[in-house]
Design a protein around this ligand. Structure first.
Ligand code: NAD
Length: 256
């Protein structure tokens, strides 16, 4: 039961982050949603969670490509018992052609932002006497694919930082872990499908089965509910001694 706890989930107006927010709210946590936009729809997502799960929910805008804004997000939340670093973007290109601005943005949003949010959240967790840092990495935090240099580097870095945070909090009632999803059908993945279909002269369904799920032995996408459930488990008492590790939710990808 997570009632009385507050969870801040970065990049949570869509996809996995939104799924995690719903599952933590279902378990009783108050939630803070975030993205870089600030639309009525963003705030409506928080209202929907509050109404559905009977918790308090807020939306706080912060562009996590900016370190000061990442820190301000946690400061504005005021309390952060559960920190889920989830915001992410993707760009695919050969390393020698990789746009420098894309490299910088991916490292900033997916690696440096987690450093900044964790730095502000840890003293809050220590004050509260309990805390969970959960970093949404990827199968690409453990293995690589061509043309994803920035993404693979950021995710490997995030897995490394997770271990450091776990060691620095090992004697405290705080844990730090990384969740490593395989493919989940979210806007981030869906946006890659039309171009791939064109490139290989395939239907979008063929792209899903033959290209995207090629490395996922289950041949099924993981769901945002499953990711939310995994995060909720890491927040439970059963996970008190789970720290500094990764949990793969990838249909067997990393067993290959
Ligand atoms: P998504 O595009 O649905 O969600 C990404 C979220 O990050 C959105 O809420 C977006 O607004 C937010 N975001 C992007 N740039 C931001 C910025 N500058 N500041 C604040 N927020 C920003 O994608 P998703 O698939 O739900 O991805 C969520 C996380 O899961 C990412 O870290 C991604 O790398 C990881 N992941 C996804 C998959 C997958 O198959 N979908 C697999 C492994 C890991």
């Amino acid at each position: 039961d997570l009632s009385g706890k507050t969870a801040v989930i970065t990049g949570s107006n869509s996809g996995i982050g939104l799924g995690i927010a719903h599952e933590l709210a279902r378990a009783g946590a108050d939630v803070v949603l975030n993205s870089y936009t600030d639309t009525p729809e963003d705030h409506a997502l928080a209202e929907e969670i509050a109404a559905k799960h009977g918790v308090s929910a807020r939306y706080i805008q912060a562009d996590l490509s900016n370190g000061d804004q990442a820190r301000a997000l946690i400061e504005k939340a005021g309390v952060c018992d559960i920190l889920v670093n989830n915001a992410g973007i993707q760009h695919v290109a050969p390393l020698d052609e990789f746009p420098v601005a894309k490299w910088d943005a991916i490292i900033a949003i997916m690696l440096s932002a987690a450093f900044h949010t964790t730095a502000v959240a840890l003293p809050m967790m220590r004050k509260a006497g309990w805390g969970r840092v959960i970093n949404i990495a990827s199968a690409h935090g453990l293995t690589a694919s061509p043309y994803k240099s920035a993404y693979v580097s950021a995710k490997h870095g995030l897995v490394g930082m997770t271990k450091v945070v776990a060691l620095e909090t090992a004697k405290e009632p705080i844990t730090a872990n990384a969740v490593c999803p395989g493919y989940v059908l979210t806007p981030l993945v869906e946006s890659q499908i039309p171009d791939t279909a064109k490139k290989y002269d395939m239907t979008e369904e063929e792209v899903k089965q033959k290209v995207i799920l090629e490395r996922q032995p289950s041949k099924e996408f993981a769901t945002t509910e499953q990711l939310g459930g995994t995060v909720a488990f890491l927040c439970s008492a059963a996970a008190d001694q789970i720290t500094g590790t990764t949990i793969s939710v990838d249909g067997g990808w990393t067993a290959l």
